[in-house]
Design a protein around this ligand. Structure first.
Ligand SMILES: Nc1ncnc2c1ncn2[C@@H]1O[C@H](COP(=O)(O)OP(=O)(O)OP(=O)(O)O)[C@@H](O)[C@H]1O
Length: 325
C-alpha cells in the first residue's frame, strides 16, 4: 500500500496480497514436539485452499492461531493483511469460520438459531434480518427444514446450518475445519458443491481435511502437513504433476508383459488382475508399446496414469497416507 492510500485510511484489499500468510508460526503446548513447527503458509486470494494432513498433524492448532483463538508460541500470522490475534476485531467480521462443529441450540429451530446469531452481531441491521436468515438457509439448502428443531437435524444438516451462520454476512474468507468430517457421502457432496459455489462467487475458502480425494475434488491449492511441519504447498495440479505418473498396460498376458517391460527398464512393476503398472519411463512410450506387440503381448489398453495427490504424498513422506497419523 502506498503512503497516500494508507493515510486515506482505506483497507482496500491489495489484489496480490495473500489472504493468509504465516512466517515461522509455531505452537508448543507442552514440553514435547511442537504441535505446529515453523509454518510458512501462503494462501492466495480467490483460491480454494486445502490444508491436508493426517489427524494430529497440526491443522486445527494452525486454524485456531489464524482465528486468534490461541496465541502462537512464536512466529507471525497475517489474515486479510493484518496481524493475528492483534487485529482480530477488525479481521474476524470479514471471515466466516466453522471450527470443531457449529455452536447450536438444539431446542431452537434452524431458523431461530440463525436469528439468534444474527441478533448477536452488532453490525447486522434488524430490519433486514429475516431476509438475511432466509437467504442463508436457502444457500445451504435448509429452507425446507428451517422450522425443525436443530436437535432433530442430521450431522450434515447441523454442519450446513453452521455454514449458513458463517454466511449471514458477506465474507472475503471462509475457514472450515474438516467440514465433511462425520458426514455420509450425500452430506459430503452437498458441502463440496457449496464450497465450489462459494468459491465461484469470489470467496476464498481455506478448508482442512485428512481426505486426499476431497482436496483433489474441490481445491485449487494445497498445503501438506505432517507432524506439525509443512511438507509442501502449491497448486493441486502442480503437486500431482511434480510426481511422475505410472505406466499402465491392460493385457491378459501379464507375465509376458512384465518380462518385456522389465527388459526395457521399467521399475516397480505391479500386477493386479489383467493390469500391469510400473514407474513411467523417461523414453518414448510408443516404443514400449511396439516392444510389447512384437513380443505377442495382447495389449488392450496402454497409457500413462496421472499421478494423484496420494502419489505425491507418498513421494514426499516415503509413507502411505495414514489417517490415524
Ligand atoms: N490443547 C491441547 N493441549 C495439548 N496438546 C494438544 C492440544 N491441542 C492439540 N494438541 C496436540 O497437538 C498436536 C496437533 O493437533 P491438532 O488438533 O492441531 O491436529 P489436527 O491435524 O487438527 O488433527 P485432528 O484432525 O485430529 O484435529 C496433536 O499431537 C495433539 O495431540
Amino acid at each position: 500500500m502506498t503512503r497516500a492510500s494508507a493515510k486515506a485510511g482505506g483497507r482496500r484489499p491489495v489484489v496480490d496480497e495473500p489472504v493468509i500468510e504465516t512466517h515461522a508460526l509455531t505452537k508448543r503446548y507442552g514440553r514435547g514436539r511442537p504441535a505446529v513447527d515453523g509454518l510458512g503458509l501462503v494462501v492466495p486470494r480467490g483460491s480454494v485452499f486445502g490444508f491436508l494432513g493426517p489427524n494430529g498433524s497440526g491443522k486445527t492448532t494452525t486454524i485456531r492461531m489464524l482465528m486468534g483463538l490461541i496465541e502462537p508460541t512464536s512466529g507471525v500470522a497475517r489474515v486479510l493483511g493484518e496481524p493475528m490475534p492483534r487485529a482480530g476485531q477488525r479481521v474476524l467480521p470479514r471471515v466466516g469460520a466453522l471450527i470443531e462443529g457449529p455452536a447450536l441450540y438444539g431446542f431452537l429451530s434452524g431458523r431461530d438459531n440463525l436469528v439468534r446469531l444474527d441478533s448477536a452481531d452488532p453490525a447486522a441491521d434488524p430490519r433486514t434480518r429475516a431476509a438475511r436468515v432466509g437467504e442463508a438457509l436457502d444457500r445451504v439448502g435448509l429452507a425446507n427444514a428451517a422450522a425443525k428443531k436443530a436437535r432433530a437435524y442430521s450431522l450434515g444438516m447441523k454442519q450446513r446450518l453452521g455454514l449458513a451462520a458463517a454466511l449471514l454476512q458477506p465474507r472475503e474468507l471462509l475457514v472450515l475445519d474438516e467440514p465433511t468430517n462425520g458426514l455420509d457421502p450425500q452430506g459430503m457432496r452437498e458441502i463440496r458443491t457449496l464450497v465450489r459455489d462459494l468459491a465461484a462467487g469470489g470467496t476464498t475458502v481455506f478448508l482442512s481435511s485428512h481426505l486426499l480425494d476431497e482436496i483433489e475434488q474441490v481445491c485449487t491449492h494445497v498445503a501438506v502437513m505432517s507432524r506439525g511441519r509443512l511438507l509442501t504447498q502449491g497448486t493441486v495440479a502442480g503437486l500431482a504433476s511434480s510426481v511422475r505418473g505410472r505406466l499402465s498396460v491392460t493385457t491378459p498376458d501379464t507375465a509376458e508383459a512384465v518380462r518385456v517391460l522389465k527388459e526395457h527398464g521399467v521399475n516397480d512393476l505391479v500386477v493386479t488382475d489383467d493390469r500391469v503398472t510400473g514407474e513411467l519411463p523417461a523414453g518414448e512410450l510408443a516404443d514400449l508399446n511396439a516392444a510389447l506387440v512384437r513380443a505377442d503381448v495382447r495389449v488392450r489398453a496402454f497409457g500413462a496414469q496421472r499421478a494423484s495427490l496420494e502419489d505425491a504424498f507418498v513421494a514426499l513422506t516415503g509413507e502411505g497416507f495414514d489417517v490415524a497419523g
